[in-house]
Design a binder for this molecule. Sequence first.
Ligand code: NAG
Ligand code: NAG
Ligand code: NAG
Ligand code: NAG
Ligand code: NAG
Ligand code: NAG
Ligand code: NAG
Length: 829
Amino acid sequence: MDIAIFQFILLLLYFVFLHYVSGQGDTMTTTQFIKHGDTIVSSRGTFELGFFSRGETSTNHYVGIWYKKTSATTPVWVANRLAPITNKYGVLKVFQPGLIVLVDDTNAIVWSTNSSKSVQNPVAQLLDTGNFVVRDANDPNPENFLWQSFDYPSDTLLEGMKLGTDLVTGLERYLTSWRSSDDPAPGDYTYHCDPAGYPQNLMRKRGNVTFRAGPWNGIRWSGAPNLVNNSIISFGVVINSREIYYKYEMVNKSVISTFVLEPYGKAMRIIWIGKARGWVNYHSAAVDDCDTYKLCGAYGTCNILSDPFCQCLDKFEPKHPDDWERSDWSSGCVRKIPLNCTGDGFIKYSGVKLPDTRNSWFNETMTLHECRVVCLRNCSCTAYTNLDIRNGGSGCLIWIDELIDIRQLSQSGQDIYIRMSASEIGSAGSTRKITVILAIALPLLVALILLALGLGLILCKRKRRENPVLTTTGILGGHSNKNDNSNQIHQENFELPLFDLLTLTNATNNFSLANKIGEGGFGQVYKGVLEGGQEVAVKRLSETSEQGLHEFKNEVKCIAKLQHRNLVKLLGCCIQGEEKMLVYEYLPNKSLELYIFDEERRALLDWPKRFNIINGIARGLMYLHQDSRLRIIHRDLKASNVLLDIEMNPKISDFGMARSFRGDETGANTRRVVGTYGYMSPEYAVEGIFSVKSDVFSFGVLVLEIVSGKKNRRFVHPDHHLNLLGHAWMLHNEERMLELVDPYLVDSYYISEVLRSVHVGLLCVQQNPEDRPNMSTVIMMLSNEGILPLPKHPGFFTERKVKDIDQFSWSTQTPSSINEITITQLNAR
Ligand SMILES: *[C@@H]1O[C@H](CO)[C@@H](O)[C@H](O)[C@H]1NC(C)=O
Ligand SMILES: *[C@@H]1O[C@H](CO)[C@@H](O)[C@H](O)[C@H]1NC(C)=O
Ligand SMILES: *[C@@H]1O[C@H](CO)[C@@H](O)[C@H](O)[C@H]1NC(C)=O
Ligand SMILES: *[C@@H]1O[C@H](CO)[C@@H](O)[C@H](O)[C@H]1NC(C)=O
Ligand SMILES: *[C@@H]1O[C@H](CO)[C@@H](O)[C@H](O)[C@H]1NC(C)=O
Ligand SMILES: *[C@@H]1O[C@H](CO)[C@@H](O)[C@H](O)[C@H]1NC(C)=O
Ligand SMILES: *[C@@H]1O[C@H](CO)[C@@H](O)[C@H](O)[C@H]1NC(C)=O
């Protein structure tokens, strides 16, 4: 009872004080407080502070700051991140020695600021910068803060905030992501301006570095070519003996922009678009796979346009070639010729993002030449370069250890001089010596090579006869196993383990129906568990299939050579009597189709995941199309052929219909049209002509399906007979593209990325194959912010449904002049 009366009195008091605070000025004295529903607004009305809660059912309340324009839906700072108030009776007030405290209805302190100083007349004030400060009202200097929220950032870096370390007090200001979009408690990711060695911005996941912007080169971070001073925003880094920090300022003060670290670890600059009343992603810190920290290991370099991404730097070779071949690049590269401290020199590498500088040393006044001398003198110095690239370069930056996390940048990469053994550098003065040596050595060498070749041939022949092991040169033909009990034989050089039938029968419970997980081209797929506990997917080629052996060989040959993180891995195969089987890695999340078209599961794929899937498929496909030794056209790319691993990374599967070409042959005409309705390009479905551009068409369909959550095939709309492609094209022309987007994705942060994907999708499904971009262009279009060409009308954009008969119409001009063509006699699935 007493408590109830006390609360009533308290409530009365709230109303008495309401007028002092609510919606009024920007300061709060010791006699005032803020309760639920009240706000403080900064002097010029930019920011607002008050209580907010997240999630529809949550009873958790937090004190936060937000842009008044954007409302409380996106707080830029949160006070009690770890200590929510679970009812509406929280009160925020200023305490005598100079503290801000948040108390609950029992008057217990839930959250508090701290201060080493004690003052007579403390006031709390929300500045127009978004900084919430405590100062002494009697202090003539208004900048003398006892405490400020800018020292304790949440997940947002505001204009003027310092991201970095105060070397005098040891205070580090860094961003910490929310645990989830509804829970402001500190999550897994943090974003720092790391002071070790030469400062650079880093993202960490539970302490481990996951992304690095590269060192500051006077203009920008070495790894972020686009983030330079422009007409909207300017960037700067301050490095001196007292502090090290990064900050930005708005040049155009009417633009609202912040840098946020999202709960799932994406750091990005966002801009408020008043007209749309939403935030739009302006630039992401990490753009593509090559921004994954240390992807290629030491002395490896990542190039997003090459396949595989990772290459060793020139004069280096993989440390573990087997791992490297399997696309596991983490072990990195080593020098072909080791260093000999005294006689070393340097080789210049250009166009790179500079390696990790946490183990580096720098001097701002030295010249490049002095830098070289210092590096040469110290045997543990591995590389050097200019610190500042302005005015032709100045300063000195040297690396002490292995060079980690280098990538190739297509624009604005930097130079680095890497220490190299003298023999790698090849001195120009001794050409005569070399000629003499060559004159003697060359004939010897030729003889040796011939000998080696002969020996190799003999060995090779012998090996072939002895082992029933598949090689990519194809011994699949006649001879089957003489050696049935050897169920898993590992050999060097592209060879695949051979499983015996018994192993696979046991693993799949005698191919029981319960183990069946799918029906692919030319056969059924079963889940199996090998004796060691490894889970596998076994594709059993249907025995009746006439073309079976041919397709089987084809698939084995193709996949054995192809290793990419976005392709399903082939572990081995089995040929015994009539049985032919392929053993793949098992992917527990099954196929993309089960997610994007499913009412419930689609919610599991938010936009960042879907964008990652789109990019992954694009890279897998680019790898197939542009691999230097082999051109593969998939011919049956569709949602059910894209499998998802545990982290929802896409892996393209089912190469049963892939065709391989050698050299520059890019397309062919085929008698047997194979593929799936809804994904086939017109020239392929109608004329049987296929090329890499028919895969690009299928990819475009897939992108539109991923974005819309609707199937191209069987798409129905009350207003028209267009299929998904036609519908998207129509919406694009009417600038209503947002209507296409899966409602689950309408989170305004990503709208520009979503719309960009739809645009790229439309470019891929254009009627004329020549108009469609190739996959490397697609990848660039997806990751850049440049202007895209306008798409022309798509192929196959109308569809009429006649019960269960598949019938397509294909118009060459407009939907009104329909020229119907029916496709029959296909290998139905
Ligand atoms: C204030 O609190 C923060 C974290 O709660 C702590 O890191 C810091 O050392 C404290 N400062 C003082 C002056 O007590
Ligand atoms: C961090 O790295 C260590 C060593 O590489 C690894 O063992 C650990 O699992 C990583 N932690 C996370 C959260 O990834
Ligand atoms: C970018 O703008 C800031 C602030 O105006 C300025 O201090 C800095 O020198 C500029 N940087 C470059 C490279 O021009
Ligand atoms: C600042 O941005 C606003 C809104 O984008 C624009 O209208 C204005 O022209 C810009 N001002 C300058 C000086 O660039
Ligand atoms: C290293 O260089 C020195 C001086 O040029 C030479 O005497 C020595 O033999 C070299 N050592 C090796 C291992 O190459
Ligand atoms: C940088 O190099 C210059 C010239 O060699 C030297 O005078 C200066 O002391 C060095 N500074 C530091 C911080 O080492
Ligand atoms: C080389 O430089 C590193 C870093 O400055 C230093 O720790 C080491 O002592 C130096 N070694 C020699 C031989 O000068």
